[in-house]
Design a protein around this ligand. Structure first.
Ligand code: UDP
Length: 241
């Protein structure tokens, strides 16, 4: 059974990467369609004002903390503690490595050429992976949906940014019956393709990726403010005030 907790009214499952892959393996064989979400602090902040986003996150079949914020918050909140974060880039590589030979994986989203760049780097690490197809994230919904259906992909990675990708999957998954697992992966294709640089491993490990991002992309300060300051305030308010 999946254990988990609610932070600011949003459900997060308490699984590490290995356990998540086991769960996803079940999703791929039970004949149903599944939506996986990868929330980090800003998702939880945005969900306070966006009821639809909150509902989608809570209805998801699997919700894994992509960021260190919810993990720290689970320690402060005094209830169940999240055992680890599951980073989007790590999950994507693990999906290709574990399921990519058997199941087609489609990459939808990011600017033209970025998903193809990501595919090149994925195939270098996982040459056996079946790439079902790619399409950029600025086409009409119908075009994306028909490309995905034609591709026969069982796993769909959607990189349109939060909350657009979560709403897109929620509204459109039924129109793509071939897809068994759909995941909103945010800026993942930009990182895998090398278009954006990830923080050094050490910085990721100590949970300061947000500070690194702020240095390399100062225009992201609003997102950082919400993810760090507003999120911490809301967690403290929920627990102590
Ligand atoms: N994007 C897209 N279509 C859109 C809006 C955004 O394909 O209509 C892509 C954008 O090019 C980028 C990703 O979505 O690759 C968003 O990345 P970001 O890091 O902002 O997402 P987050 O991880 O914060 O959800």
């Amino acid at each position: 059974m999946t254990t988990g907790l609610y932070l600011l009214g949003v459900k997060i499952d308490n699984l590490n990467l290995g356990e998540s892959l086991k769960k996803i393996s079940g999703f791929l064989s039970d004949g149903r369609q599944h939506h996986i979400v990868l929330p980090y602090s800003d998702f939880l902040v945005q969900a306070q004002k966006d009821e639809k986003l909150k509902e989608i996150l809570n209805k998801a079949d699997l919700s894994l903390s992509d960021g260190v914020g919810p993990v720290i918050a689970s320690y402060i909140s005094g209830g169940e503690k999240l055992k680890s974060r599951v980073m989007g880039v790590d999950l994507v590589f693990a999906l290709f490595a574990k399921f990519g030979a058997q199941h087609g994986i489609f990459l939808f989203g990011a600017k033209e050429g970025v998903a193809q760049g990501a595919v090149k780097n994925i195939l270098q690490k996982v040459p056996q992976a079946k790439i079902a197809g790619t399409i950029n994230g600025y086409v009409a919904d119908e075009e994306a949906i028909s490309a995905i259906n034609r591709s026969g992909a069982a796993i769909l990675l959607v990189a349109l940014g939060m909350p657009k990708q979560e709403k897109w999957i929620y509204d459109n998954l039924k129109k793509m019956p071939v897809v068994k697992v759909a995941i909103g992966v945010g800026g993942t294709f930009d990182f895998i393709s090398g278009r954006k640089r990830r923080a050094p491993k050490m910085v990721q490990k100590i949970g300061l990726e947000w500070l690194w991002r702020l240095f390399v992309q100062p225009s992201q300060w609003r997102k950082t403010w919400r993810s760090v300051v507003v999120f911490s305030w809301l967690i403290i308010k929920e627990k102590f005030l």
